[in-house]
Ligand binder design. Structure first.
Ligand SMILES: C[S@@+](CC[C@H](N)C(=O)[O-])C[C@H]1O[C@@H](n2cnc3c(N)ncnc32)[C@H](O)[C@@H]1O
Length: 189
């Protein structure tokens, strides 16, 4: 992906790096992160550190999902921490990686001159059979599936799919509604 990006736009320096270790060579004007920071822990130090990478007047723009208490994600936690899987999967389960907006208000107010913070719940209308399983397979379920052998993964997925089908029955038109909340913030240094 990065080498393709480099070919398409060679004037940008594309870097592969863990965000937890990323430090710009010099302060920057803009940091944008879409749907990534929820994979990192310790937001109480991460967000002030990112603000510290900005020039005065620079901005940090972040979007993170905040849907971890919805059935789509809660059911993962419940299954992965039940007796069969607990020993293997407990360390991979992150029940609430994104804090309450109030936490980001307090944390970012201390290191910004202005702050916009808002949430939006998107009502995704999905097609197909039990489509929320496909959605979480590409995100929250990934680390869990990667930790399991193929047949174990199949068992877990089948238990998950049954519970998801009950939690998200199709609407009258046969499609599945998936309300998904996202938290946004723009902090200016
Ligand atoms: C949902 S995708 C979002 C990708 C992209 N930002 C976008 O908006 O399309 C989450 C991305 O975060 C990346 N990611 C997760 N943890 C990371 C980390 N510690 N450092 C860098 N990237 C990370 C994953 O590799 C994945 O590409």
């Amino acid at each position: 992906m990065l080498s393709q990006a480099q070919t398409k736009n060679g004037s940008i320096q594309w870097v592969r790096q863990d965000i937890a270790a990323w430090r710009p060579e010099q302060p920057v004007d803009l940091i944008v992160s879409n749907a990534a920071l929820h994979w990192l822990d310790a937001h109480d130090t991460l967000f002030p550190r990112l603000m510290g990478c900005l020039n005065d007047g620079g901005e940090l723009g972040v979007q993170m999902p905040r849907n971890f208490h919805a059935p789509s994600h809660q059911i993962i936690t419940e299954i992965a921490t039940n007796e069969r899987w607990r020993d293997r999967l407990l360390g991979l389960v992150r029940p609430s990686p994104v804090s309450d907006p109030r936490f980001y208000l307090d944390t970012l107010s201390a290191c910004s001159s202005s702050l916009d913070l808002w949430e939006t719940t998107y009502w995704h209308i999905l097609q197909g059979e039990n489509p929320i399983v496909g959605w979480t397979m590409g995100t929250a379920l990934r680390p869990i599936m990667e930790a399991l052998e193929e047949d174990e993964g199949r068992d877990l997925l089948s238990a998950y799919a049954k519970r998801i089908a009950d939690a998200y029955p199709p609407a009258a038109n046969g499609k599945t509604v998936f309300p998904f909340r996202r938290l946004f913030m723009i902090a200016r240094k």
